[in-house]
Write a protein that binds this ligand. Structure first.
Ligand code: CO
Length: 134
């Protein structure tokens, strides 16, 4: 079912400062900020030779990462995103095996313009898993 790691996401309290750390201290290429109101976050991507790092900052009062940042005020690893070929087939297989899909269970369009779903961290070793159809 799983393909490549598409990205690892890190929640940050200050996207400007996090972008500066990756650009200047680590010498990486970082994209311009992209607001995703439907997901309650603003994101940038750090381009690496083998994958990407997504830096997430809360957007709006009901951001799903607000509680995470309240527990991890300096930021922290938030989720890992795996690529799948067919997100609906993957969802149906996972649900049939008892895994919980977050939200209403319907894919939303993610930061790359492709459908994404999130799986409950308690079903996957305490890690929030994002699936992205590629
Ligand atoms: Co992500």
């Amino acid at each position: 079912m799983l393909g490549r790691v598409n990205h690892v996401a890190i929640a940050v309290p200050d996207l400007v400062s996090a972008t500066e750390s990756y650009r200047t201290t680590l010498g990486a290429t970082v994209t311009e900020p992209q607001a995703l109101p439907e997901h309650g976050v603003t994101v940038v991507f750090v381009a690496l030779p083998n994958t990407k790092i997504e830096l997430l900052e809360p957007l709006g009062d009901t951001s799903p990462i607000a509680a995470f940042l309240a527990k991890n005020p300096s930021g922290g690893m938030h989720h890992i995103c795996y690529e799948v070929e067919d997100i609906l087939a993957a969802r149906d297989t996972l649900k049939a095996s008892g895994a919980r899909v977050l939200g209403d269970g319907e894919p939303k369009i993610g930061a790359h313009g492709k459908p994404v779903l999130f799986l409950h961290p308690k079903d996957f070793q305490g890690t929030l898993v994002e699936l992205e159809q590629v």
